[in-house]
Write a protein that binds this ligand. Structure first.
Ligand code: RB5
Length: 144
């Protein structure tokens, strides 16, 4: 299960990501927002990340104008490793090396084509499982 959410700055790209997930038969739940009405991005990040922390979803995608606010909020939540990506290479590498469980995207930064390509690469790359990366992730996750 993939959970997605956005603020007003990410609404357009979130709708495109939702359509991509549907077309590819990926099970997802959309936590909104459902229009361009202004909201506070931390409220959405908390909802989406909460589903991952509770074990109701495996991964999440958060979209705001730049992706920065969403990634800052998500990374404050224990158990979340959120990667803000603006290119396909980083999206692949953060799955392989960081086992990121949330992807943040900038809806006002990326065009539809690139946004979907980044999400596709991120969703379809598995964590390498290599010991050195597990050790590094454990160190990151133990930071209070
Ligand atoms: C909203 O105007 C904008 O600040 C938000 O979408 C995001 O870019 C924050 O980081």
């Amino acid at each position: 299960m993939i959970v997605i959410g956005c603020d007003h700055g990410g609404y357009e790209l979130k709708e495109e990501i939702a359509a991509y997930l549907k077309e590819n038969n990926v099970e997802y739940k959309d936590f909104g927002i459902y229009s361009e009405k202004s909201v506070d991005y931390p409220d959405i990040a908390i909802k989406v990340c909460g589903e991952i922390v509770k074990g109701n979803a495996e991964k999440g995608i958060l979209i705001c104008g730049t992706g920065i606010g969403m990634s800052m909020a998500a990374n404050k939540i224990k158990g979340i490793r959120c990667a803000l990506c603006g290119d396909v290479y980083s999206a692949k590498m953060t799955r392989l090396h960081n086992d990121s469980n949330v992807l943040a995207l900038g809806g006002r930064v990326l065009g539809k084509g690139l946004g979907i390509e980044i999400a596709d690469a991120w969703l379809n790359t598995e964590f390498s499982g290599e010991e050195r990366h597990i050790n590094r992730i454990n160190k990151v996750m133990s930071i209070e």
